[in-house]
Design a protein around this ligand. Structure first.
Ligand code: DC
Length: 679
């Protein structure tokens, strides 16, 4: 998961390959709640692991459910309708799918016991209305207090005055959020009163497909609901929540929408395969696929997969009532950037009470990339950019803002050539912590479009540490080119090849099976991470790297590291030879005494005996060799930022480099910045 302050996505030119979408949030949280209150043990497969499901799981654990986690599956031991807990405060983050149903469930449970519970969330959760649900629960006789502002969390639910009354139908509004109706449906099986319960929906029910999911989940847990259209729902007396034993959560259709869209925009040569979901999904957002087909894409489906390919281009503009698919409609807003004219998304007033005011947020951020946007009370009209701008996109702590706006990075396919900066990318943790990793695994960019930050310098100057920290801060890939030479040295020493035998060394270097996996270096599948740091290996690396044929042999492997979203490369010739077009080149130095001291401490801390004088002599000899060799001698690249870190802490050096990097990036926060790129 990305935890950086921002992620810069380079201009993307296509997508290829396959992605697997994580489990559906809506289904996961409903399944968890029902399994938690049912009698019996349920194995939930494919359950989503994200912020919103974690708060639900924590709440169930507080209530006394036994939960065991294994990869992609949870085993939930239900409390059989009667938790033992009497008093507790639940923190539910910004998860509507936890706050609404738990409010209803705990209110009903508290009504027939002497329990008292508080439900709290993030500041944004405390701005999201829940008054209609509170009113419906109070109508039954439940005691629900709004602790700060009437109609909003935080809430306290506690024992009421006597039994609840189901004589009259419960009335709930359906036109603000379908989650109020879903919450009541999920909670009513827990009523203590042995009578039928009837719910009547006032007003037009929005987001109907989510209510269908609720009914399907209830059926799986043994509860039959009779319905008259979307206006009246009856739960007959005498039904108990029973575990189905096993329940499989399908992939999230809203999450899939970003890749369906990416396929429609960028899967030119072959379809993009999306796994974990298919056209038979019970989620309403699967209708997004139809909208994308209408815009021109080709979509096929088989059991557990979709395959999406670009068809008509540019996409056909649309005018659509998006009420049944409020979440995926945000993805349509991004697709509208690639259409042949203005698109209008209608009936999306519910966007205003989601994680943020999504109508205002989408309008503002789409304008930043260059679109013209008309924001109505319940619609958006989006005209594609005539000139794309390198935008720094705000995400409003809303996962869908980050994921939807990331699609703007495909602008080279619509006449642009600009990167997109997504601020606070970790907000995707709400539903898909690894969203950006998934995007980068299938996104393609022209190599020259992928930014490189080169850090060169002599041995023991601290460039490896600096490069690692800078790459982590930017969310970029890392190339430790010294390790490539060191690994070649390990292989040469193993094979008994002399440092003078340039031809044999070059052949060896060209055939090296080298893989970096996080901090580990694997040579032909063998972990050689520790051997790389040996002095003997460093000395051999210094000698063999002087051969032009060896350098040529490892060049392709080094260039291959230049991939989306960007690269920080450290070595001797990263800025001067391997990546001469690097956006920023840093030449890092420190005095020989300082460097010898650092190397000494490094070795001693690893329990390797060392002598500081010989270390210094050795690194001065290596400097001389690196500097005086004919092939790629160690020297600052033209235009390099010279940084002597003898007296700087690592953090201070990182700050200097990041500041220089920011100055070179094309982003500007001001909305009236002039357009860049082809018109
Ligand atoms: O940075 P390091 O000490 O891990 O590098 C090991 C050797 O590899 C070093 O002596 C010089 C050589 N090297 C090189 O010639 N070019 C690079 N880009 C990186 C390292």
């Amino acid at each position: 998961m990305l935890t950086t302050k921002f992620i810069d996505i380079p201009p993307l030119s296509g997508v290829a390959g396959a992605v697997r979408v994580p489990g559906s949030k809506s289904i996961s949280n409903r399944a968890l709640l029902l399994a938690g209150f049912a009698s019996g043990t349920t194995v939930i497969e494919g359950v989503l692991d994200s912020d919103d499901t974690r708060v639900m799981i924590d709440a169930l654990v507080q209530l006394g459910c036994g939960i065991e986690a294994a990869p992609h599956r949870l085993t939930v031991r239900g409390v059989g309708g009667r938790p033992a807990l009497k008093n507790a405060t639940f923190f539910l983050g910004n998860a509507g799918t936890a706050m609404r149903p738990l409010t209803a469930t705990l209110a009903l449970f508290a009504a027939s016991s002497d329990a008292s519970f508080e439900l709290r969330g993030t500041p944004r959760m405390h701005e999201r209305p829940i008054g209609d649900l509170v009113d419906a629960l109070r109508g039954l006789g439940c005691s629900v207090e709004c602790l700060e502002k009437e109609g909003y969390p935080p809430l306290r639910v506690s024992a009421g005055k006597g039994p609840l009354s189901f004589a009259a139908p419960l009335r709930v509004r359906g036109d603000v959020s379908s989650q109020f109706l879903s919450a009541l449906l999920l909670a009513l099986p827990l009523r203590a009163e042995p009578v039928d319960a009837v719910i009547e929906v006032a007003g037009e029910l929005i987001s109907k497909p989510y209510v269908d999911i609720t009914l399907k989940l209830l059926a799986a847990f043994g509860i039959a609901v009779e319905r008259e259209g979307s206006q009246r729902f009856r739960l007959a007396a005498g039904q108990q929540l029973r575990s189905p034993g096993r329940f499989a959560v399908e992939g999230d259709a809203s999450s899939a929408s970003y890749f369906i869209a990416a396929g429609a925009i960028g899967a030119v040569d072959a379809p993009l395969r999306i796994e974990g979901i298919d056209s038979g999904s019970i989620q309403g957002d699967i209708a997004f696929a139809d909208a994308v087909r209408a815009m021109g894409a080709t979509i096929e489906s088989g059991e557990g997969w979709l395959a999406v390919r670009r068809g008509r281009w540019p996409l056909a503009a649309i005018d659509l009532d998006c009420n049944p698919l409020p979440d995926a409609a945000m993805t349509l807003a991004s697709l509208a950037l690639f259409a042949d004219g203005p698109s209008t998304l209608r009936n999306i007033a519910s966007w205003r009470v989601k994680e943020t005011d999504r109508l205002a947020a989408m309008a503002s951020e789409l304008r930043k990339v260059g679109a013209s946007v008309e924001e109505g009370p319940d619609f958006l009209t989006i005209t594609p950019p005539r000139a794309w701008r390198a935008a720094s996109v705000a995400t409003y702590d809303d996962h869908r803002m980050a994921m939807a706006m990331s699609l703007a990075a495909f602008n080279p396919l619509a006449g642009g050539n600009v990167p997109v900066r997504i601020l606070d990318p970790r907000c995707v943790g709400k539903t898909w912590p690894d969203y950006f990793e998934a995007l980068f695994s299938v996104a393609r960019a022209r190599r020259e479009a992928v930014p490189v930050l080169a850090i060169d310098g002599p041995t023991a100057s601290g460039k490896g540490t600096l490069a690692r920290e800078v790459a982590a801060a930017l969310g970029y890939r890392l190339l430790d080119s010294g390790a490539v030479y060191r690994a070649t040295a390990v292989a040469a020493l193993d094979a008994g090849i002399e440092a003078e035998n340039a031809d044999a060394l070059a052949a060896l270097a060209a055939s090296l099976e080298l893989r970096f996996d996080g901090d580990r270096c694997l040579l032909g599948g063998r972990d050689v991470t520790e051997s790389l740091r040996l002095e003997e290996v460093g000395a051999m690396a210094s000698r063999i790297s002087a051969w032009p044929a060896v350098r040529a042999a490892v060049l392709d492997a080094q260039l291959g590291f230049r991939d989306v979203p960007g690269l920080v490369a450290d070595g001797r010739d990263m800025g001067s030879v391997v990546f001469p077009d690097a956006e920023l080149k840093v030449f890092l130095t420190a005095g020989p005494a300082e460097r010898a001291d650092r190397r000494y401490k490094q070795l001693i801390s690893k329990g390797i005996p060392a002598n500081i004088d010989s270390l210094r002599a050795d690194l001065e000899a290596r400097d001389a060799r690196d500097r005086n060799r004919s092939a790629s001698p160690l020297k600052p690249a033209e235009g390099a930022l010279m940084l002597d870190n003898s007296a700087l802490s690592i953090e201070a050096s990182v700050d200097v480099v990041l500041k220089a990097w920011q100055e070179r990036r094309p982003f500007d926060q001001s909305p009236d910045r002039p357009a860049v790129g082809p018109v």
